[in-house]
Design a protein around this ligand. Structure first.
Ligand code: IVH
Length: 679
């Protein structure tokens, strides 16, 4: 009996070691080596054995992360050494002064520093006694924090025990708990679906999730941890003498460490890292609000010591805030190229993300509702990197008494045509089409853009004037422009007018993909335009294609196919195309329809019989022909395939008799799919 429990204990330990390793690979290294189902299987196996042998359960078993009962309140814990804060620098000069003070204090010429991200989450302390996680606490006021052990245990990237035979008697690891950007987006979507409050930023979400009395809630929030230091280390000589070695030591203990760690010498290198990290910032998986510089040598750190509550050996160099509060003066509605009406916030100018912002997008009507935005509200504006500024939310406590709701207009603010929002869509659109000057301007700008017809010098200001003076109504009118009309416009000298005319003339020689893209068909971007040109070979052929035929083209789904067919069905569009061609816009066409040379059904003969479940016989025929197959009316020894639907006629019997390959609809579709992908 004892023997067998020993065997089981060994089995349990092996399972735990395997699960810990897979956890580490998944949550820390982001490089799993087994599929999720296999992980789940191991986990369930461990759970089952532990259920059967409760005496084998230990608190650091991976099954024990979740499941603790909710607390009534958090108890306070005193930190063994205070968790201090960092001084901040905003300007390069402040960093230079920081480095100068250190050099003077240490009386050396150049200082070695580590540069690391400043995580925008919550500082926590993790205490491991004899290698087992016993206490996890918030920073609190730096001297005492709250005991949030149960919550921290639910974070899968935090080891429940140290993976070494002889752990230090006491190790206190410090770091930051946060929510990765992607998990934050997902969390807010879920909150919204459940009708619960959405979080303004990932830091608030992490804080809200960590300070939950019910660890069950924390467990569902996908929190992450990054270690950045050691508070206390007792019971063995410390295996490090530099901060960078602490980081390496923590990494060897399977603590998650951000990839972005550097060791550099001198202030010039510090500033270079800061600027380099700024360009990376948007691409990092987590939010940062700056970088932290730390003197690398621990002896030097000790010499430098502390001033009040912050170390002299480290400083946080902050980025300009990406979010700022300001007042929402009003909401304008802008009309885009495809007629989309976008609510745009007019703001009291505010400095954010390094620039002054006066307008910010509100995306669409639903977003305004979801964020409960009223005109007059105090709002939070965000400008991150090159992304257009957006209003992320309101400050509810600061709502003034007389705010006004936003109403999406039911008519286009530019042309007055009806604005409609189709069921299932979030966007309201002007129905004025190219009669709407706003859409017309955008359509012309798109037509002239670099990747379309590439008309240099035809910018926004010029297009505004051309459309406002009714000189240009459609792209075709561009090719009728003369020097007189252009030179009369504001800020148009004869020379630049001439240049524009030359650019227009030059654009006449183009390619079919560019021309198709330039037309501005909804959902047809550059790569779709190339695909269409390749498959149709000729514009006339594309214009004549039916929705079903368009769908044969790789990557063209029903929505895009419909949009293309609708565009060419519109008389106005056909006229514009005709005018463009007659004013000399031209490209090389290919006589051949691009049937893939390797099409497996090229030259093969098909016979259709019976009713197919989802496809008309006509469609089936078109699709077969599209890939170079032939459809005939009767089965003979020359027939290659017979496609059979419900209630087939005598052709079916004949096919069986002649041992001809029989396909049902699914098999036919599979065959056609193979044709599309071999192109
Ligand atoms: S070291 C004595 N390193 O910044 C130095 N802190 O203002 C203690 N923080 O509460 C901190 N990233 O939450 C350090 N790489 C990093 C950090 C970092 C974020 C936070 C930490 C602390 C605050 C200090």
């Amino acid at each position: 009996m004892n023997d067998s429990i020993e065997t089981i204990r060994q089995q349990v330990e092996a399972l735990r070691a395997a699960i810990d390793m897979h956890n580490y690979r998944y949550y820390v290294l982001d490089a799993p080596t087994i599929p999720d189902v296999e992980y789940d299987r191991l986990f369930r196996e461990l759970q089952q054995i532990e259920q059967q042998y409760p005496q084998l359960v230990t608190p650091d078993s991976p099954t024990q992360r979740v499941g603790a009962a909710p607390l009534k309140e958090f108890i306070h814990v005193t930190h063994r050494t205070p968790m201090l804060s960092l001084n901040n620098a905003f300007e390069d000069a402040e960093v230079e002064a920081f480095d100068r003070r250190i050099r003077e204090e240490l009386n050396i010429d150049a200082v070695e520093y580590t540069v690391e991200p400043k995580f925008d989450g919550l500082a926590v302390s993790l205490t491991y006694e004899q290698g087992v996680l016993t206490t996890g606490a918030t920073r609190g006021d730096g001297y005492t924090g709250e005991d949030i052990t149960l919550n921290l245990r639910t974070i899968k990237s935090i080891p429940l025990h140290l993976p070494i035979e002889q752990p230090p008697a006491l190790l206190e690891v410090r770091g930051e708990v946060l929510i990765l950007k992607a998990d934050f987006e997902r969390l807010n979507l879920e909150q919204q679906k459940k009708g619960e409050k959405i979080f303004a930023n990932s830091r608030n979400a992490a804080a809200g999730s960590l300070r939950q009395l019910d660890p069950g809630i924390t467990a569902k929030r996908r929190l992450t941890f990054f270690a950045y230091g050691v508070g206390v280390h007792e019971g063995e000589p410390t295996p490090y003498s530099q901060h960078s070695e602490i980081i390496a030591y923590l990494r060897s203990l399977y603590f998650p460490i951000a990839h972005e760690y550097k060791v550099v010498t001198g202030v010039t290198a510090l500033l270079a890292c800061y600027h380099q990290m700024a360009t990376l910032r948007d691409k990092l998986p987590y939010d940062t609000d700056g970088v932290v510089y730390k003197v690398n040598s621990l002896t030097q750190q000790e010499k430098l010591g502390f001033v009040s509550r912050a170390p002299r050996f480290a400083i946080a160099h902050k980025y300009p805030a990406q979010e700022a509060a300001t007042e929402l003066l009003g909401i304008d509605v802008q009309v885009g190229r495809t007629g989309a009406l976008t609510p745009v916030a007019r703001l009291v100018p505010v400095f954010v993300g390094g620039v002054t912002v006066t307008n910010a997008t509100l995306h669409n009507e639903d977003e305004v509702k979801r964020k409960q935005i009223m005109i007059g509200d105090k709002v939070i504006v965000r400008r991150a990197g090159d992304v257009i500024p957006e209003v992320v939310g309101i400050v509810p406590e600061q709502r003034p008494p007389h705010t006004k709701p936003f109403l999406m207009p039911d008519h286009c603010p530019v042309c007055g045509a009806r604005a409609v929002r189709l069921p299932g869509e979030t966007v309201t659109r002007c129905t004025g089409g190219l009669f709407c000057p706003a859409q017309r301007k955008q359509a012309i700008l798109h037509f002239a853009s670099r990747r379309a017809m590439d008309i240099e010098g035809l910018g926004e200001k010029l297009v505004d004037q051309l459309v406002d003076h009714a000189i240009v109504r459609t792209p075709a009118d561009l090719y009728k422009l003369g020097i007189a009309a252009l030179a009369n416009l504001e800020r148009m000298a004869e020379k630049s007018a001439n240049n524009v005319l030359l650019a227009i003339e030059k654009s006449k020689r183009t390619t079919l993909p560019r021309f198709i893209y330039a037309l501005g068909i909804r959902h047809v971007g550059e790569s779709t335009a190339k695909e269409l040109a390749h498959f149709a070979g000729q514009l006339d052929r594309l214009m004549a294609m039916k929705v079903e035929q368009l769908q044969q083209i790789p990557d063209i789904g029903p929505v895009v196919a419909q949009s293309i067919a609708d565009f060419f069905a519109e008389q106005h569009n056909r006229e514009v195309i005709e005018q463009l061609r007659s004013s000399g816009v031209s490209w090389q066409e290919s006589a051949e329809v691009a049937i893939p040379a390797s099409s497996p059904i090229r030259g093969k003969t098909f016979v259709l019989t019976g009713t197919l479940p989802n496809m008309s016989r006509e469609t089936a025929k078109e699709r077969i022909e599209h890939f170079g197959g032939k459809v005939t009316g009767s089965v003979s020894s020359k027939t290659d395939y017979v496609v059979v639907g419900a209630d087939p006629g005598s052709k079916y019997g004949k096919a069986v008799e002649l041992k001809i390959m029989i396909l049902d609809e699914a098999a036919l579709l599979e065959l056609l799919d193979g044709c599309a992908s071999s192109s």
